[in-house]
Design a protein around this ligand. Structure first.
Ligand SMILES: *Cc1c(COP(=O)(O)O)cnc(C)c1O
Length: 491
């Protein structure tokens, strides 16, 4: 172990300090501070010099893995490269230092960006209007479903409380529907991984509020019958919700609006290249078709009727406020810069290149990993574990998907998404994205192939992996049931 890999508490020496603060004025005037707020014991902070602190945090940051340090093929999450110009523009003080309560006439530029980005998203998706206010994909889903409910209520159609969700859906879909007070009904997939029309049709009655879909779906497959699905749901009086968190495969090629969807959200922090992971900040804009464009949440950013100025207005017909103000503005700026720097011509390449990369990786590995749905995929695909006799389905029997994922860390790659979707027992979900070079994809393919060979010849190497990461394999059960998230003396 290197000296500075030690915990900062272990570096601590009594009396050593890296700060100089003003005198503690409470010591002279003890009555000014209420008893209840006074600390009885020392907080036990480490006593270290400034270089110790700096080295501690820089070394910690070195242990992190991010898309700026290596390939990160996380399925259903689009960890594409985030161009640094996005950050540079978003950190211009005129953007970064805005206050949401500033008078409208001082934030005309920000509102122009808001409407400019909303306009780009409309052209890319075929929707007629967008709110950029939601803070995340799941927040966008909730907002979209509130709009869906509002739509039915505004027509006096009070019976519609059911939302149809495919069994392959992202977990946030049924969760958002439940949070919105709607009842979730599952529709099954065919063995080809697409929505089963025979299973769908009987569900379409006058209690259906709508259906939530992802296309391409969670298996990376395009729902070819989308036109028929759309007309059946519409004929039954329901609306179509499109989960566009991962719109990479379609970007510049196909538009959800043209497929018949009425409401959708996008994850700017996936498809539109603003950093994510670790809990935010994100943005989950919601788009709506023309016939429900009047139902967006407040505030609505628009041109004032009697002048050329932008204003933020309340919309009495919408579901009210779903966030304090008009969204995570910094994230909106980054996404807008991304779209504008790509431009109309290059944005059309995102879909085809991401699809090409996914199919290249899939075809290069399918002789060693089980491919349950063997067809052309879109931006991502799912293996069902190792394709070999001693591939196990649990810890006791051969090498599992977890072992493959852990071993991949030794090769310097972030693991793909594992054990999702739930349709298969050993899911490995891979999404390479359009931002990776062929050389990077080849290096990943070689590592995956080497791991499959190791699984056959030295399975213990996988089962005890990772071997060269700062933290080895934690006990997954203990980590979930008794997580230790902070250091205490004597731990
Ligand atoms: C990531 C994702 C979501 C949720 O997005 P958050 O920003 O994490 O809330 C929803 N649906 C799909 C398909 C996703 O991949």
């Amino acid at each position: 172990m290197r000296y500075y890999d030690k915990l900062i508490f272990e570096l601590s020496r009594e009396g050593r300090q890296g700060w100089s603060l003003p005198e503690n004025r409470w010591e002279e005037r003890p009555d000014e501070l209420p008893e209840g707020l006074k600390r009885k014991n020392s907080p036990g902070l480490p006593q270290v010099s400034e270089p110790d602190v700096v080295r501690h945090y820089v070394n910690l940051s070195d242990m992190n893995f991010g898309v700026d340090t290596g390939f990160y093929p996380l399925g259903s999450c689009t960890m594409k490269y985030n161009p640094k110009i996005n950050e540079e523009i978003a950190s211009i003080p005129g953007f970064a230092c805005l206050h949401p309560l500033q008078p409208a006439e001082t934030v005309q530029g920000a509102m122009e960006i808001y409407t400019g980005l909303a306009g780009c998203l409309c052209s890319l998706t075929g929707m007629s209007a967008f709110t950029l206010n939601p803070f995340a994909g799941a927040h966008g889903e909730l907002t979209g479903l509130m709009i869906m409910r509002q739509y039915h209520i505004s027509r006096g159609d009070m019976k519609r409380t059911k939302v149809i969700v495919p069994d392959s859906a992202h977990g946030t879909n049924p969760a958002s529907a439940a949070v919105c007070g709607l009842q979730v009904v599952e529709v099954k997939s065919t063995p080809e991984g697409l929505i089963d029309m025979e299973d769908l049709k009987p569900l379409l009655d006058d209690t259906v509020a709508g259906i939530m879909m992802t296309n391409p779906n969670t298996l990376g497959l395009f729902e070819r019958e989308i036109k028929e699905i759309a007309s059946s749901v519409h004929a039954a009086g329901g609306l179509l919700y499109y989960d566009g968190a991962n719109m990479n495969a379609l970007l510049g090629k196909v538009r959800p609006g043209d497929m018949g969807f009425d409401i959708m959200h996008l994850n700017l922090h996936k498809t539109f290249s603003t950093p994510h992971g670790g809990g935010g900040p994100g943005a989950g804009p919601v788009g709506v078709a023309a016939h429900i464009a009047g139902l967006l949440p407040s505030p609505v950013v628009r041109k004032a009727e009697d002048s050329d100025m932008y204003e933020m207005a309340e919309n009495p017909d919408g579901p009210g406020r779903i966030s304090g103000f008009a969204g995570n503005f910094g994230v909106l700026v980054k996404a807008y810069v991304y779209i504008l720097t790509l431009g109309k011509e290059n944005v059309k390449n995102v879909g085809p290149y991401s699809v090409l990369a996914a199919n290249y990786v899939k075809e290069s590995l399918k002789d060693m990993y089980r491919l349950p749905v063997n067809s052309l995929c879109k931006h991502e695909f799912v293996f069902d574990g190792l394709d070999m006799d001693n591939a196990g389905t649990d810890e006791s029997a051969g090498c599992t998907t977890l072992d493959v994922a852990k071993r991949l860390l030794d090769y310097g790659f972030h693991a793909p998404t594992i054990y999702f979707p739930l349709l298969f027992h050993q899911s490995i979900m891979i999404e390479p994205t359009e931002t990776e070079s062929k050389e990077t994809l080849d290096a990943f393919i070689q590592a995956m192939r080497a791991i499959a060979r190791e699984a056959a010849t030295q399975p213990d190497l996988l089962k005890s992996a990772p071997h060269n990461t700062p933290v080895r394999r934690p006990d997954e059960t203990l980590a979930a049931t008794r997580p230790v998230l902070s250091w205490h003396p004597g731990l």
